[in-house]
Design a protein around this ligand. Structure first.
Ligand code: CTP
Ligand code: MG
Length: 210
């Protein structure tokens, strides 16, 4: 079975205040860490980068230039994945602590027959919809999950979901909308997505506590 990973690292990091994928965590950039783990778990890796070429990938890792949205960046990566890849994993460079085991759990679920498999964690907090500083709704928490990457897909399913050029915050959303079935695997509490600058400090603290 041929498994390829697309690591998306072409965002602006507007909430972080700059291209967070190149920020360093204990000496190694977020993209470097994400790519290293993807390489341990997959047969091939494509990294999607901004146009200005700030980062030189390790030997054997393909690079392409991303698009304006995350979904466009994934599609740029997809075009560089060999046609005979059977399973494709999409991972955010902004999640440097995802483990090889998590990649493998998602891939195994797809190899066992799922169209798609995504890591998810049940939401522990009470969730409310807020507008203009006021609560407008308390959302029933039953069944709510926070979803992570790496997300694994049958290659045909991911290509089909992206064929219409749709946009979503993750790939599973497009796959669901296309009518395919998405299963969940247990997410990792430490698999935090770096969104704002303080997330980097948080992760640094987690790593220091190892
Ligand atoms: N990403 C990408 N191409 C884009 C947008 C996002 O490859 N056009 C990547 C980011 O580099 C990141 C991942 O998708 O690894 C998750 O996106 P997000 O956390 O939203 O990162 P940014 O879009 O860079 O940040 P922001 O939304 O704050 O601008
Ligand atoms: Mg974004």
């Amino acid at each position: 079975m041929s498994v390829w990973a697309i690591v998306v690292a072409a965002g602006d990091g507007s909430r972080f205040g700059g291209a967070k994928q190149f920020a360093r965590l204990a000496g190694r950039s977020l993209v470097e860490r994400a790519v290293a783990t993807a390489r341990e778990a997959c047969d091939g890796v494509v990294v999607v980068l901004p146009p200005d070429g700030q980062w030189v990938p390790p030997e054997g890792v393909a690079t392409v230039t991303g698009g304006v949205t995350r979904s466009e960046s994934v599609r740029a990566g997809l075009r560089a994945v060999p046609p005979d890849a059977e399973t494709i994993v999409v991972h955010d460079a902004a999640r440097p602590l995802a483990t090889r085991a998590l990649f493998l759990a998602a891939v195994r679920a797809v190899e066992a027959g799922a169209d798609a498999a995504i890591p998810a964690i049940p939401v522990a907090d009470t969730v409310k919809r807020v507008s203009g500083g006021r609560v407008v709704e308390t959302v029933a928490r039953d069944g709510l999950h926070a979803v992570q990457t790496p997300q694994a897909f049958r290659a045909e399913v991911l290509r089909d979901a992206h064929a219409g050029g749709a946009t979503g915050t993750d790939d599973a959303a497009l796959v669901e909308a296309a009518g395919w079935t998405v299963v969940v695997v247990e997410g990792e509490a430490r698999n935090i997505k770096v969104t704002v600058a303080t997330d980097l400090e948080l992760i640094d603290g987690l790593m220091g506590a190892e």
